[in-house]
Design a protein around this ligand. Structure first.
Ligand code: NAP
Length: 293
């Protein structure tokens, strides 16, 4: 059984991005510039944002964080995004999700200029992806594709079962894996909460992408011997033995499933780190596209 080591793969891609960022700065006199907006102080979001900022600075980007209180109005948030859209210095805008219930996430995503949509959630980015035009890919699916590519996982003609159909993970990764690209050319089945006889389908998978948001959901008897398993889930589970008081687990019961796999991604140390790679690649692309306008 091999590990799809997100840390190792991410280091490789970050070195590549850092080299390109240095070249960009040499040519333009400015660093690629990412602005992140964080509303409230959700513990998990704080961790993700801190990690995105650290990684951005490490590869030579300029990275700023704008914080709003939980009580911020939708109008104020939209006004700030409008300001960042007009700011010539800013290359990429990221609004950390989830947002408080009184703010319409779709409206916020739609308000980000497609030219600065480095999370790849804007309908224009998703539409371009759908018809195979170059664009910003949603960061997590992008990271998963890069992880499969880095480890040379053969995808052509394979049966890939994607568990989950969210707009940010399941649906876009299904599409990317079915495209005539490398990695790609999979025969894809998407499953969701209304799927019947789920384990009959998952047992047919050569490649399983698990993004359902339920800790330890994928068990040994749901996986074919020799399958490749990519665990997208991230959950904080209370753990008194840790200083933090919690540990991270995925949607896969790793201990049970790993021995059956040819490759498996761990949590932590898998897809999460590759999501940041997707974001960094999109930010660099945004900066280059704005330079070349
Ligand atoms: P989501 O929006 O909650 O979607 C979950 C999907 O799983 C839904 O499509 C749901 O079906 C499906 N589902 C739920 N129960 C199921 C079941 N019993 N059998 C089959 N399908 C089932 O979640 P998400 O945003 O895609 O995130 C999924 C997980 O990935 C979460 O743990 C999240 O924290 C994690 N995540 C990680 C990263 C990263 O960087 N590593 C990034 C994003 C998300 P319905 O559509 O029918 O409800």
């Amino acid at each position: 059984m091999g590990i799809l080591d997100g840390k190792k793969a991410a280091e490789h891609f970050k070195e590549q991005i850092a080299r390109e960022a240095t070249e960009f700065t040499r040519l333009t006199g400015k660093k690629p510039y990412l602005v992140t907006i964080l509303v409230g102080n959700n513990g998990a979001s704080e961790t993700y944002v801190a990690s995105k900022l650290r990684s951005s600075e490490k590869v030579g980007f300029r990275a700023d964080l704008i914080r709003f209180d939980d009580s911020v109005t939708e109008a104020v948030l939209l006004e700030k995004i409008g300001e960042l859209n007009r700011d010539e210095e800013v290359d990429g805008i990221l609004v950390q999700l989830p947002l408080p219930a009184h703010i319409d996430e779709k409206k916020v995503i739609m308000h980000i200029s497609p030219a600065k949509d480095v999370d790849g959630f804007h309908p224009e980015s998703l539409g371009k992806m759908l018809i195979g035009l170059p664009t910003f890919l949603p960061a997590t699916p992008y990271g998963i594709m890069e992880l499969l590519d880095y480890y040379g996982i053969e995808t052509e003609g394979k049966h890939c079962v994607v568990m989950g159909r969210s707009n940010i993970v399941g649906t876009p990764v299904s599409l990317l894996l079915s495209r005539p690209t490398r990695p790609g050319n999979c025969t894809v089945t998407i499953t969701h909460s209304r799927t019947r006889h789920l384990e009959r389908i998952t047992r047919q998978a050569d490649i399983l992408i698990v993004a359902i948001g339920k800790p330890g959901f994928l068990r040994e008897d749901m996986v074919k011997e020799g399958a490749v398993v990519v665990d997208v889930g991230i959950h904080r589970i209370a753990d008194e033995s840790r200083k933090s008081g919690y540990r991270l687990v995925g949607d896969v019961n790793f201990e049970e499933v790993a021995p059956r796999c040819s490759f498996i991604s761990p949590v932590p140390g898998g897809v999460g780190l590759m999501t940041i790679v997707g974001l960094l690649k999109n930010t660099l692309l945004a900066a280059k596209q704005r330079r070349d306008r």
